[in-house]
Design a protein around this ligand. Sequence first.
Ligand code: TXA
Ligand code: MG
Length: 326
Amino acid sequence: METVILQPNKENLYKCAAHLKSGGLVAFPTETVYALGAVATNAAAVEKVFDVKKRSHDKPLIVAVAKKSDIATVARNIPDKARALIDAFMPGALTLLLDRAENIPDAVTAGGDTVAVRIPDNETAKTLIELTGAPVVVPSANISEKTSPTLASHVYDDLNGKISYILDGGASEIGIESTIIDTRCDPPEILRGGGVTADMIERVIGKVKFKRESVCGGNYMPLAEVFFSAYYDGMTQNICARYDELAKHGRKTAVICLDGNAAYYGERKLYRVGKSYSDYAHNLFAALRKADAEHVDAVIAEGVVSEGIGLSLINRLCKISRGNII
Ligand code: TXA
Ligand code: MG
């Protein structure tokens, strides 16, 4: 199968919607990361997503709809706190765990009673879903265990030859996945930190907690060994020392750093991820993919303050570094 990267013009959006309707898969941009879409109510199409991603069947898929009123077509019993979050953050980088409606097949929910629902804040994604006229599953468009794609070319690298179409929407604005929250319990539980932060959520519905076992959730495994630094005074000196130690042992090493810290690392190899924590989130996965493409053996990622989007970064980097904290 040949994989074609398409511009998201009207003709191509119709072509991709028709492909989805006929049970095919299409990768497309969202504001968090690129999605691998299939019609959520078509169990055979959903099955192909698991095949293509090499994803284990016990891991459910998020379902996307194009507008708020469509949430009721995939979920039942929407709690008041979920309604408040829908009003505040949808469309956006928030996924709600809700009771599933009957039309959502077991393949999507891994046999469970809940469905995770979101509305992407991206015109291409919304138009495609609308033209398809059905809810669409939106897992990240990478092979399982690899870093989520934030560019059409990342999707191509992973899925070339396995799907027909990739819609190219440029770089994903946010760059890390959506926050997943379950408001059916009290206090509501964040299963995965992401684009919408816990403080943003607490301003709307009050206290929430992080589900314990998912503090380091996610599934993004670069080939390079990743070290994640704690955040403290003197962090950059310690990173330099670790870098030099690794380099001495012949390992091609790089630091993922904010622009403002670049000068501390002198001539060492850097992947600069921008000025702010949002930039860091936006560019992290691309930096890790670049490290793999450049055959870097070891990556040291700078630490961040544990608040706001920093918490979501810590969540990702704990997992990516397999707890290799320095
Ligand atoms: O930002 C995002 O959410 C991206 C974009 C493309 O939509 N999608 C994404 O999907 O990150 P994926 O499949 O890579 O990660 C979805 C996570 C998985 O950890 C999965 O186990 C969890 O959501 N999940 C999905 N449905 C669930 C459910 N019903 N109950 C519990 N966890 C669920
Ligand atoms: Mg994923």
